[in-house]
Design a protein around this ligand. Sequence first.
Ligand code: CS2
Ligand code: MG
Length: 408
Amino acid sequence: MRIRSAEVLVASPSRNFVTLRLTTEDGIVGLGDATLNGRELAVASYLRDHVAPLLIGRDAHRIEDTWQFLYRSAYWRRGPVTMSAIAAVDMALWDIKGKLTGLPVYQLLGGASRTGALVYAHASGADLDDLADSVHARIEEGYKAIRLQVAIPGMGGGYGISSGRASGGRYTYEPAKRAGLHVEEGWDSSRYLRYLPTMFEWARAEFGPEVMLLHDAHHRLTPVQAARLAKDLEPYDLFWLEDITPVENQESLRLVRQHSTTPLAIGEVLNSVWDFRTLVQEQLIDYVRASVTHSGGITHLKRIFEFAGQYQIRSGSHGPTDISPVGMAAALHLDLAIHNFGIQEHMAHDRLTDEVFRTGFSWHDGAMHPGDAPGLGVEYDDDAAARFPYEPAYLPTARLVDGTVHDW
Ligand code: CS2
Ligand code: MG
């Protein structure tokens, strides 16, 4: 079953997506997500200029061999651009294999280990009242786990909060901004450290003990600040605290572990099993945040999760809107199949995105299922995509009060 064509599709239905479409000689189509937020065209070029010519004529059945070929023959290893490009090819090949065998991808991965993947949603607010509205909306939608972000009083800017109502009619948080290429936001760690425990104390009083609560610190704290926050949040029983320090310095998590039992999640900016060695072998985290789109696809993310599973660390796949519905489907198939599943992030895509990508996702009791269509179960509408050409968009920059660039 030879690959006949490899097309790179770039569209911007509310936000940019890069999609790889492989077609076999028999006309079987496979889709893969290659979206790298703010650097989309780098992956599009990597695929179009360097990978597509190598794929034509290859046997679409050989998923592992193709993965190893793309990874090792490039000589240059790892990194988000390379690993997102390989991820797209990998997802598309699993999609094709599912269609060829008539099975949903999770069946090919060993079958379902659970009835659905527990997902968490985002709630955010400019203040606590606003946040309460957002949390109630998520609870009404059926979510059992919710990530809370709130604007920090006196800090200026809106780190982690939604800036308006998207085309789907709901408030969504979308960090990448189209207008003005570099949006800057203020950041003050002291105010944040003082306010966040207050916010969680309020949240537990307001929403009770059952709802699973999460929070993302986006790499902004020093090790000692991180340890203090994790300790201060202990009484509020978080499901996890995410990206509490910059991930480049993995040893800094040792200090946090010495002071707190708040569960930690890290890894959305990492992209290979080798990047997780210290975090996993020293059991410095509780959840792996890698995404199927940026970590070499289903084949490689499965490897990362299985490595973590040897150390009682569970999965927590990254799933913001910059993971396309194709990437989300791939993540859900893997979530169903692996043993050490923890939770799946689900930041719902808006109506325009849904016009381009058609999915068969279903919901039950706070959990999602990718559906039982053969392959990944996502279709791409070229006519709808043609209405949404690429638009440059960048993530914001955070600056400290004195103007110093900080981690975003
Ligand atoms: C965030 C992301 O979902 C998350 O946990 O950290 O929204 C992140 O900001 C974006 O994926 C960046 O592209
Ligand atoms: Mg995050």
